[in-house]
Design a binder for this molecule. Structure first.
Ligand SMILES: C[S@@+](CC[C@H](N)C(=O)[O-])C[C@H]1O[C@@H](n2cnc3c(N)ncnc32)[C@H](O)[C@@H]1O
Length: 245
């Protein structure tokens, strides 16, 4: 392991320990008037994540990939016909289930899955708030801020789970736009809209500071398939037929 990787491991390992203690001491977070329980090993929403629901249309099917405490799933569930909420972390799955119960939400199906592994079907909207830091931790409860797998697996699998005219909403820091768009494009997804997340209130900004979650500009990136899958496959087949002729 290089010096920089060792430094990142040490720093983020300490941060995970610190967040666990803070979450245990302050186990709730009110988001846009709704009170959410946030379990110790689960990401606390501090970036106005609930605003992902602005992209959800009435009656849609939604996938929240990496649901954490369930904030995105629960806000989308108010408009969506059905929501699938999955996470690699068993604690996050239990946390989302608990918050669905508290808020009387019954159109959200929650289960453990490593990215798309156990996800079936195609969705109108996929919401993804990936870990922002590229570092490799083994524990399932240490995947909410660090991962080297989330984004590559997201784009590698998205075509199998998005409707032809569906949308993928990714929340990520603004200054990674270039690499995000490049990765998306290499998997046939195009950027349709970029929007900064809503301004934080003073209270939320102070809480973010306490969690040492500062210094980046969270942004919504909305992607769509470049062309529907069947058309893309048909085009490839025609080219192959031409080559064979
Ligand atoms: C930044 S948190 C976002 C949580 C929630 N969506 C929110 O906005 O509050 C990232 C989430 O992705 C989950 N995650 C990370 N790697 C994953 C993987 N390989 N498969 C599924 N979920 C993963 C984490 O456990 C964590 O709950």
């Amino acid at each position: 392991m290089g010096l920089y990787s060792a430094y990142k491991q040490g720093l983020m390992g300490t941060w995970y320990w610190y967040v666990r203690k803070l979450n245990a001491a302050f186990p709730y977070k009110t988001v846009d008037g709704k009170k959410f329980a946030v379990f110790p090993g689960v990401y606390k929403p501090l970036e106005n994540e609930h605003a992902c629901a602005d992209y959800c249309r009435e009656g849609e099917s939604v996938l929240d990939l990496g649901c954490g405490c369930g904030v995105g799933a629960i806000f989308c569930a108010e408009k969506a016909q059905s929501v699938v909420a999955s996470d690699i972390s068993a604690a996050a799955v239990k946390n989302t289930q608990a918050n669905c119960e508290t808020h009387g939400i019954d159109n959200v199906t929650v289960f453990e899955s490593d990215m798309f592994e156990k996800v079936e079907g195609k969705f109108d909207l996929i919401v993804a708030n990936p870990p922002y830091i590229a570092a490799d931790f083994a524990s399932d409860e240490q995947q909410f801020a660090t991962s080297v797998r989330y984004l590559p697996l997201l784009f590698a699998g998205v075509h199998d789970h998005i409707q032809d005219h569906g949308r993928l909403l990714v929340q990520y820091p603004a200054w990674f736009k270039g690499s995000l768009v490049k990765l998306a494009k290499s998997h046939g997804m195009v950027l349709k809209e970029t929007k900064r997340m809503p301004m934080k209130s003073v209270g939320l900004a102070l809480l973010s500071l306490a969690y040492l979650q500062v210094g980046f500009r969270s942004t919504f990136f909305l992607f769509e398939p470049e062309q529907p899958r069947q058309q893309a496959d048909a085009k490839t087949n025609v080219s192959q037929d031409r080559l064979a002729a």
